[in-house]
Design a protein around this ligand. Structure first.
Ligand code: HEC
Length: 240
């Protein structure tokens, strides 16, 4: 009997992992730590779109550069911030109190998020799950992380989508509506496939950041196609 109960618990636990907090299906990101070009793009995207709010306090710029095959000049040229030092940890200027004031919540450090949330797949799915919701303070919601206080910072790339919900199963009063699908509202600068690649690169990078020691020896890695410098990134980076 004990064995049976343990088995049921294991089954329930594995089911819970396969779907998100809100019963949302977690998509497979295809994140691959041996794909150095993807990690390099992910780092550039992270520094441009995420570091204004989120830190990676256990990672130093210099360590990241060495791990991902980047030079100091490449890392510095893709940063929006001028007062950082190469040997420092990847922390940001935003004070938690400012985050609370401007966004309603202090943005968390993302060093361990890929591990805490179980995988890069969670982050990948999260980045694909933002939708327009005028009832939220910043006008955005997220099906995987309902009522998240983060806005869709990648909307210019992804475009804007709305979410369609079905009536609760079984019609119980008070039950939450069930997410059905997204509908495009406004196109972004990237098509769906290109945006998936952006989400994959960022989640791949955060997977690396959660466990920098997990990277294989450089000789075993696929060679990067070159770090996207400011100009190459121009089509991706939002004009501030
Ligand atoms: C304007 C500030 C801001 C920017 C820019 C931003 N975020 Fe966030 N993010 C937040 C806030 C605030 C939260 C906390 C959400 C909550 O708990 O309601 C959050 C939460 C998250 C979480 C969930 C963490 C967890 O486990 O609970 C992830 C993952 C995340 N952000 C990834 C990103 C990525 C990747 C980028 C860049 C593409 C990004 N964020 C850019 C403000 C920001």
């Amino acid at each position: 009997m004990k064995k049976l109960i343990a088995l049921v618990f294991t089954l329930v636990a594995s089911l819970a992992q396969a779907s998100g907090d809100a019963g949302i299906k977690i998509h497979s990101s295809g994140a691959d730590l041996s794909d150095q070009a993807s990690l390099q793009r992910g780092a550039a995207l992270f520094m441009n779109y995420c570091m204004g709010c989120h830190s990676l306090k256990y990672l130093r710029y210099s360590r990241m550069a060495a791990d991902l095959g980047l030079t100091e000049a490449q890392v510095m040229s893709s940063m929006n911030f001028t007062d950082i030092k190469f040997g420092e940890a990847m922390t940001v200027a935003m004070k938690p109190a400012d985050g609370e004031k401007w966004i309603g919540k202090a943005p968390p450090d993302l060093s361990l998020t890929a591990r805490v949330r179980g995988s890069a797949d969670w982050i990948y799915t999260y980045l694909k799950s933002f939708y327009r919701d005028p009832s939220r303070p910043l006008g955005w919601n997220n099906t995987l992380f309902p009522a998240a206080s983060m806005p869709n910072v990648l909307w210019e790339l992804q475009g804007v989508q709305s979410a369609v919900f079905d009536a609760p199963h079984g019609g119980q009063a008070g039950a939450a509506p069930v997410f059905s699908h997204f509908e495009p509202v406004q196109p972004g600068r990237l098509n769906a496939e290109e945006y998936d690649q952006v989400a994959r690169d960022i989640s791949n990078f955060l997977q690396y950041a959660a466990e920098p020691a997990g990277l294989e020896a450089p000789a075993n890695r696929r060679l990067g196609v070159g770090f996207p410098r400011g100009a190459d990134l121009a089509h991706l980076v939002a004009e501030a």
